[in-house]
Design a protein around this ligand. Structure first.
Ligand code: ADP
Ligand code: MG
Length: 263
């Protein structure tokens, strides 16, 4: 049974069909990787799913609910979270205060300037930080954290909404390979426990192959392949798109150079 069913989803900017009639489904507890070269339409797809952009065509069903036409706030209330960059929230607040703000927002409460932040949802926030292994740094300002630690706080913030669906657009951007694996392993573990569905983009094919249950591949707004990582890896059209873009498609793909290759 699918949690999310996207059909014929489309969005154009002027003459550019950024997302061109894509369809896919996502089940509870599933980690689905959305990959494709730069400009393929990945971020646009995320922005359509969370309501920041309104689709020109198609449908996004979350359970029985149609999300097309809903505001981001309504979609978030239905249990769709996205990871935000902490810079967009409050870098000057402490780690735990950032998570408290997210909990207040999830509970539709206003942050009261007349009550100390320390009083509101602190225990629950500390519990979330424990889950992302950041409890020891709870009282440090977010602005002083190491980059990988910021990413884990962002994950805690996204989980504060207790999402059914978690959207992660390039969650490991700017991270070292070891940190990428760590963050995705943590995500995998947390969402498995909760049964959360995850849609994520990721440039490192090693990470995608290690953590995705399934993949969908976009190129110029079109969905050109979907399936298990192993099948996608061997898909000639996918390989062509990646090789054509000058990017490597994982260390495990060995495509011999053409015989005429001057090198
Ligand atoms: P990706 O995330 O896969 O790199 P995007 O979804 O950001 O791709 O972009 C897909 C296409 O849509 C690109 O051609 C991009 O230039 C275009 N595009 C994205 N957002 C906008 C926008 N707000 N206005 C105009 N064009 C956009
Ligand atoms: Mg993008």
């Amino acid at each position: 049974m699918s949690l999310l069913r996207v059909s014929g989803l489309g969005k154009s900017f002027g003459g550019v069909r950024a997302v061109d009639g894509i369809s896919f489904a996502l089940a509870p507890g599933e980690l689905l990787a959305l990959i494709g070269p730069n400009g393929a339409g990945k971020s646009t797809t995320f922005n359509l799913l969370n309501g920041q952009l309104r689709a020109d065509a198609g449908s996004i069903l979350l359970g029985e609910r149609e999300l097309v036409g809903m505001a981001p706030r309504e979609i978030s209330r239905l249990g769709v979270s996205r990871t935000f960059q902490i810079a967009e929230t409050f870098a000057s607040l402490s780690v735990v205060e950032n998570v408290q703000m997210a909990l207040l927002s999830a509970n539709r409460q206003l942050f009261s300037m007349w009550r100390r932040a320390a009083d509101q949802h602190r225990d629950q926030a500390l519990d979330l930080l424990e889950q992302v292994h950041m409890r020891a740094q709870a009282d440090r300002p977010c602005s002083v954290l190491a980059y990988g630690d910021v990413k884990r706080v962002e994950l805690a913030i996204a989980l504060a909404n207790d999402p059914q669906l978690l959207l992660m657009d390039e969650p490991t951007a700017g991270m070292a390979p070891g940190e990428r694996h760590e963050l995705m392993a943590l995500t995998r573990q947390l969402v498995s426990q909760r049964g959360t569905a995850v849609l994520f983009t990721e440039h490192s094919m090693d990470v995608v192959f290690a953590y995705a249950d399934r993949m969908i591949v976009l190129a110029r707004g079109r969905l050109i392949a979907q399936g298990k990582p192993q099948d996608i890896r061997e898909n000639p059209e996918v390989q062509a798109v990646y090789l054509g873009s000058g990017k490597t498609f994982g260390t495990t793909v060995h495509t011999p150079p053409p015989a005429s290759d001057p090198l």
